[in-house]
Design a protein around this ligand. Structure first.
Ligand code: ADP
Ligand code: GN1
Ligand code: MG
Length: 355
């Protein structure tokens, strides 16, 4: 693909020295692998999606604050920071779009699905380590890169708005699914209650802990570093832990349309809990310990209503390949939530064993 030479020059790179290849499978940003033609260093070049991230400067500031803190707190920790432009800042604005450059981490893979419990353990340990090392950082200096990103109360009310304003066709098509999600509104009520609990502390969270946001060693699957730090901002433990439950435990992803394939793999659930808690166990408040099972319900439910809201709104947020895509993603998430609830007793025993 073609990248304007001026964008590369801003980072002191020459267009002629690189092949630019589209990379990865994220929903939000555009990611390009700059492959050196001369056995030099490779890079990842990303265009930030400014429909989603209206203030890229906040992303940059949050990452710098975290990097500076970690440098002091844990000098040996590998935190992947962007490469600065020649002018100094890490973001380059070009014709209204924002670009950043990252060192390409060689001999690693980002897997879209965990296919052995070791991967789940390693990825979860990486997110747990990040949270532990950042546990003492002053959160007052941070701003949200997406306001209310994981505010389930607000997501729930956007869902209700979408039900009201949807086209008749989509509202009717989604009637049963909408009702099924409304029947689980207790998950949103629980979130409301937790918000008033002082022990439900704020932490600097990653907020997008899908397994493809961790780089693993391509041979041993050892965790190397976390990536995709756009939503590194103050939040709650249930965000990071919950998204791992959502994305590591079932053998199939949110894209799967054969819902019979959605199952809870207890060994993966245990591996991710062990990986996460191996880092954070000693740092948890009593309330955080109580919400370890709820974390999965919280995120799966929120992701389900986010997909369904987007379906009702006419697919304005998530890229879709066919008209029912967001509907199917929402139905997939509902199935996952049902499967998780069926295994509640066994999964709570697993959590007990990890604490
Ligand atoms: P998105 O927000 O679109 O998910 P990511 O930052 O997660 O964007 O990048 C998309 C994909 O690009 C990742 O899943 C991973 O495969 C790859 N990737 C991103 N950064 C790097 C890096 N520094 N080194 C190697 N691969 C990377
Ligand atoms: C988006 O960029 P990506 O694909 O890692 C989304 C997450 C969702 C995820 C669902 C900023 O993440 O919140 O969980 O899709 N990111 C944003 O696949 O909305
Ligand atoms: Mg990503």
């Amino acid at each position: 693909m073609i990248v304007h030479p001026q964008i590369l020059e801003a980072f002191d790179l020459k267009e002629a020295d690189y092949d630019a290849l589209r990379y990865g499978s994220g929903h939000i940003n555009s990611t390009i692998h700059l492959k050196s033609k001369k056995r030099g260093k490779d890079y990842i070049l990303q265009r930030i999606n400014t429909h989603v991230f209206k203030r890229p400067d906040i992303i940059d500031r949050n990452q710098r604050l975290a990097a500076a803190y970690l440098k002091k707190q844990a000098p040996d920790y590998f935190f992947l920071s962007p490469v600065p432009t020649v002018a100094g800042p890490c973001l380059f604005e070009w014709q209204g779009e924002y670009w950043r450059l990252l060192p390409f981490v060689k001999h690693t893979v980002a897997v879209n699905q965990a296919d052995n419990p070791r991967q789940a353990f390693e990825a979860a340990q990486q997110f747990g380590r990040l949270a532990r090392l950042l546990s003492g950082i002053d959160l007052r200096e941070f701003q949200p890169s997406i306001p209310n990103f994981h505010n389930l109360t607000l997501r729930y009310s956007s869902f209700q708005d979408a039900i009201r304003s949807a086209s008749e066709e989509r509202r009717e098509a989604a009637e049963d699914l909408t009702e099924a999600f409304l029947n689980y509104s207790g998950i949103a009520v629980r979130f409301e209650e937790l918000k008033t609990d002082k022990d439900f502390r704020d932490r600097l969270m990653h907020h997008d802990t899908k397994i493809n946001n961790v780089l693993l060693d391509d041979k041993t699957y050892e965790g190397i570093c976390v990536i995709d730090l756009d939503t590194l901002m103050p939040g709650k433990l249930i965000s990071d832990l919950g998204d791992m439950v959502r994305t590591y435990v079932s053998p199939v992803s949110e894209e799967e349309q054969d819902f019979d394939k959605i199952v809870i793999r207890d060994d993966y659930y245990e591996a991710l809990m062990q990986g996460y808690l191996s880092e954070l166990k000693g740092d948890l408040t009593p309330t955080e310990k109580e919400v370890l099972f709820y974390a999965g319900q919280f995120i799966i439910y929120m992701q389900g209503i986010r997909f369904l809201t987007d379906y009702l709104n006419g697919d304005v947020y998530y890229p879709v390949k066919y008209p029912e895509h967001n509907y199917n993603r929402a139905k997939n998430q509902l199935t996952l939530l049902q499967r998780l609830n069926e295994r509640e007793a066994a999964l709570r025993r697993i959590i007990g064993g990890c604490l």
